[in-house]
Design a protein around this ligand. Structure first.
Ligand SMILES: Nc1nc2c(ncn2[C@@H]2O[C@H](COP(=O)(O)OP(=O)(O)OP(=O)(O)O)[C@@H](O)[C@H]2O)c(=O)[nH]1
Length: 354
């Protein structure tokens, strides 16, 4: 939720973890953010120049963020390597995502990043809610539907973080989540709930029915109230994170293993099928054209010529050493890395999007 206080929240949990002598490892995945109130260990902005991406691909702000994220995702194995190197000494890794949640949740790169992280480490999603701006039943419900879509997409342990409780306590939200009738009553009494003839509006009836569906969803998540401004509730947030670790191991890992085994099985079947068909076609081809078949031999010299000479571009761990130029990282200005004779107009390592 844009403006919900996501960056302030990350800063707050960052300082809390520092105060208990357990500094986190932070990744900023928002290429468009102009200022972050914390020092990330890995920052997407060091790797992809969002403004140049917009210019190069002729994109608007949202398209620019998605494309920058896609480019960064092609290097995400390097990011995971850096995080894994720190896994022994760091107890928490924080990923701050772009503010427009649909960009991260519903983009291919968002899913790749989430799946890659969740396959390697116990992972929990924290969904930050602007509590003062969620007191109207319709806004509350649309927020819950968003959260619900993310929960079902990621299938990860999920914490609803009601932020800004210094301005607005979150007990109304807890009540609506636990008492279905209380929410319906709030819906019925809220202004705009009835049309000019005193009948419930279409929107009101729709929300009434949907609140039944959400009742099931509430069972699968934890809610905490925090103030990123004062630090209130942050300890309770970390208690919820700890509890989610157990949930991850109990529910997510077996599901992950099952999905992985099923994927491998179906991939193996597809590979075997294609290989059988290829061998059959090849045998027919060779029988029909013995002269061509005799010339069609593996040439070791050719293989040497074809070897890939792409230079690897490194992801930067800001905390590992001075930057740039120490050999560990390189700022990628996609304008400058364009090869002299590039026909596709893009940098040497970046794939061109569809
Ligand atoms: N009173 C109060 N204000 C808060 C709290 N958390 C954040 N804010 C304020 O809310 C505003 C938005 O905070 P940000 O952290 O920039 O929000 P964001 O979600 O990162 O914003 P985007 O980058 O637009 O997505 C700022 O003015 C913060 O000072 C809080 O707990 N209490």
């Amino acid at each position: 939720m844009a403006g919900a206080g996501k960056s302030t929240f990350v800063q707050r949990i960052n300082s809390y973890l520092h105060s208990v002598d357990s500094p986190p490892y932070i990744l900023n995945l928002d290429p468009a953010v102009s200022h972050v109130p914390f020092e990330p260990n890995i920052d997407i902005r060091d790797t992809v120049n969002y403004k140049e991406v917009m210019k190069q691909y002729n994109l608007g702000p949202n398209g620019g963020i998605v494309t920058a994220l896609n480019l960064f995702t092609t290097k995400f194995d390097q990011v995971l390597d850096l995080v894994e190197k720190r896994a022994e000494t760091v107890s928490h890794v924080i990923l701050d995502t772009p503010g427009q949640i649909e960009i991260f949740t519903w983009s291919a790169s968002g899913a790749i990043i989430t799946d890659a992280v969740a396959a390697s480490f116990p992972t929990v999603v924290a969904y930050i809610i602007d509590t003062p701006r969620t007191t109207a039943p319709a806004t509350f419900m649309s927020n819950m539907l968003y959260a619900c879509s993310i929960l079902y997409k990621t299938k990860l342990p999920f914490i609803l973080v009601f932020n800004k409780t210094d301005v607005q306590p979150y007990d109304f939200a807890l009540e609506w989540m636990h008492d279905f009738e209380a929410f319906q009553e709030a819906l019925a009494t809220h202004r705009d709930s009835r049309d000019s003839e005193g009948e419930p509006t279409y929107m009101n009836s729709l929300m009434n029915s949907m609140s039944l569906v959400l009742d099931e969803f509430y069972k699968h998540l934890t809610a905490v109230g925090v103030s990123s401004m004062t630090g209130d509730g942050i300890k309770e947030f970390f208690d919820a994170v700890e509890a989610s670790r157990g949930e991850y191991e109990r529910d997510y890992v077996p599901e992950l293993e099952r999905a992985r085994a099923a994927r491998e099985q179906s991939l193996k079947a597809v590979k075997e099928d294609s290989m059988n068909r290829l061998m059959k076609d090849l045998a027919i081809d060779r029988a029909q054209n013995p002269e061509m078949a005799a010339q069609d031999r593996w040439d070791p010299d050719q293989e040497e010529m074809d070897e890939d000479d792409d230079t690897e571009i490194g992801i930067i761990d800001r905390t590992e050493g001075p930057w740039p130029g120490d050999g560990r990282g390189e700022y990628i200005d996609i304008m400058k890395v364009r090869p002299q004779n590039a026909r596709d107009g893009m940098g040497k390592n970046w794939p061109k999007p569809e």
